[in-house]
Each structure stands twice: as C-alpha cells, then as structure tokens.
Design a protein around this ligand. Structure first.
Ligand SMILES: [Zn+2]
Length: 369
C-alpha cells in the first residue's frame, strides 16, 4: 500500500517520510488508534516506503520489485502476526490466504470484521505461543531481499503472558529488523512491551479528507458525502456503514409496515407478513436490525437531535414519526417487541406468524395513550 492510498493523515505521512530520509527509523514502534482511522494501512504504507528501492520524496514508487511484493502482501521480509481462533490453526502463516484477502478488500477492518471473514464471530481470538515462536524463528533469519525485515503485529493486545518471550527481541532486534505493532487499546497490552516500543499516536481521519474520499463513492451525492464526513468521527468503518444504511433495501418495507400499523389498516398485515416472511433468515435478520436502528433513531432524536445519524429518507421518516407525538415509552415498547420477534425468528419460529403477531402488538403500542 502506498501513502497516497491511505485516507488523510497528511502530517503523519510527512513525519514518517522525513524520519526515513534522515535515517532515523525506530526499531520498534507502537501505532495507536482505532482501526477505522487507518492504523493498519498507515503501518503497511510505512513499511512499504522503508523497503522501497526507489523512494520518492513523498511516496514509495509502487513499481520496484519490493513495492510490487508489498502490494500483494507476499514480500518474504514482511511477516504478519495477528489474533485468530484456535480452530483455524497454530500459526499465522497457515491463514495467509484469508489474511491477504481481508487486508486487500478492507484494510480498515477491525477484529470483528476479521473474525467474520473467518466465519468465527463467536469464537475467541488469540495469538498462540506457536506463532510467537515462529516470530523468533523468523528473526533468526537474515532478510531475504530487502534492507529491512518487518514484523508487523496487528493487535498485540492479544499477546498473552507468552508475549514476554518477545521482549528481548523487541528491545535489541537483530540487525535491520523493524517491529511495527498496531493496537487499538494500549491498556490491554503488556506493560513490558509498551515500555520497549516507541508510541506513534494516530488521529482520526480529518473531515476534509473523509469528505473527499466519500465524494468518490459511486452514487453518493455531495450533500450526503459532506454529512457523513461530519458525523463519522474520522472513522472509515462508521462512514461506510452510514453509506450502506443510506441505501438500505429495507427502508420501503419498513416504512410501508409502520404506515399500516399507524393507520391500523390491519387487513394489509397478513399479505405483508407472508411476503416479508418469505425472505431468507439472513435478510429477515437484516430487516430487523435495520428497523431497530431506525426506531432507536426516533427515540434518540426526541431526546437529543444532534445524536441522530440518519440522513435523507430515513431522516424524513424519523421527523414524520415524531410529528405523531408518540411517547418514548411507546417506542421503547415497540423496540422491545421487535427484539423479541427477531429472537423468535432466529430460533426458527414461523416468520409470517411472528410478523403478524408483532404487527398487532406494534399497532397496539402506537395507539395514543
Ligand atoms: Zn518501490
């Protein structure tokens, strides 16, 4: 990854480049920040720059042999360590196909995204001792091609006590070895590791860079790009989920349903429930999650309008809903019943039946008290 592919962080990139050209490359750095701010992409761009054999004044060349291998994450002097579930193997090298796919598609991912990609959301992640031994074995080898060997440890908070095996290596690494640790939470890292690394604090993505990036997302208009850049808190993951929400396929289904419940046109409920109930369980779950978020938006907007993150048609829906003057207690009741229904459906209850029952209870909750 080149610096130009990392969103924002202009000053930080300059600092990195300057330190490399001055030959001041710390042997162990700890990048600190949220995944959605781009800590991992910055670490990758930095490592690629350090190793590039034809560095420019503001970026790696992108075409030398080292850059090409860095870009498809196959450089023999780039070693990755990351947490993963026990069931998947003993060492990170066994998961490289998945790992490359994950970083290539979504370098701003967090642990949850990574575990989802491994189909292991509910499993425990850790960095096993076998992997730590593998790091040491790698350290004992000379760099194959580059001037530098890079040991990139993503989420070192998952190094348990066994992480102490690495202390000596981090403190006095073999010649031309760089440790780059990328963390979200320094409080969970072994103090002994923190004290041996140089902290590099990464800030959220600045608003203008975020807006500029979002303006290139197909079919996202300039107003929306601006609004999302303002509320995504410099976090690309937040921003992209707001982009998706603003194009949710569930909006029309949900709006129609609420209309039926509010106006109590109960004869429309059964056909609606049959149609929606025929969706896959995955889609039904998506529908419920979307509807719940929207109803929470209604609730939040009533208390503190600035906390509402919805835009466009959803924002219209929320303000129309509020004009009905439905109390917070009524909305909370609806949310509770929707959560219950989602649980029934997850447990394989017959969906059209659950949706019909839910519609009646929502209509009752909506009745003015
Ligand atoms: Zn290069």
């Amino acid at each position: 990854m080149r610096f130009s592919q990392v969103i924002g962080h202009h000053e930080k990139k300059k600092t990195f480049i300057q330190s490399v050209s001055n030959g001041r490359i710390p042997h162990a750095q700890l990048f600190i920040g949220s995944s959605g701010w781009g800590t991992l992409p910055l670490a990758l761009a930095y490592a690629q720059y350090v190793s590039c054999t034809d560095k420019g004044a503001d970026d790696s060349c992108g075409v030398c042999s080292s850059c090409r291998k860095y870009e498809n994450l196959t450089h023999p002097d780039l070693h990755f360590t990351f947490p993963f579930p026990r069931e998947k193997g003993e060492k990170c090298s066994e998961l490289m196909v998945d790992w490359r796919k994950a970083i290539t598609n979504h370098p701003y991912m967090n642990l949850m995204d990574w575990m989802q990609l491994l189909d292991a959301e509910k499993k425990q992640a850790n960095i096993p001792t076998a992997e730590i031994r593998d790091i040491l074995r790698n350290l004992s080898l000379k760099p194959y091609e580059s001037a530098f060997k890079v040991m990139l440890i993503w989420l070192p908070e998952f190094l348990g006590k066994e992480g102490n095996i690495l202390l000596k290596a981090i403190e006095e690494p073999a010649h031309n070895t760089l440790f780059i640790l990328v963390t979200e939470n320094t409080e969970k890292i072994l103090g002994t590791i923190i004290s041996r690394t140089q902290p590099v604090r990464i800030a959220p993505i600045d608003q203008e860079s975020m807006r500029e990036y979002l303006s290139r997302v197909p079919e996202l208009d300039a107003d929306k790009a601006m609004r999302i850049s303002q509320i995504s808190q410099g976090n690309l993951r937040n921003a992209m989920s707001l982009v998706q929400e603003s194009e949710s396929p569930y909006f029309e289904i949900f709006r129609y349903w609420m209309g039926v419940c509010v106006t109590r046109k109960m004869y429309s409920i059964v056909p609606w429930a049959e149609k929606v109930g025929a969706m896959s369980r995955e889609n039904l779950k998506g529908f419920f999650q979307y509807g719940l978020e929207l109803m929470r938006g209604v609730l939040v907007s009533a208390y503190e309008p600035t906390l509402n993150t919805w835009m466009g048609k959803e924002a219209d829906f929320i303000s129309k809903f509020q004009s009905l003057q439905i109390s917070a207690a009524q909305i909370e009741q609806i949310i509770k019943n929707m959560e219950l229904s989602m649980m029934y459906i997850e447990r394989n209850a017959r969906a059209p039946m659950v949706l019909t029952d839910l519609s009646y209870s929502v209509a009752r909750s909506l009745k003015k008290m």
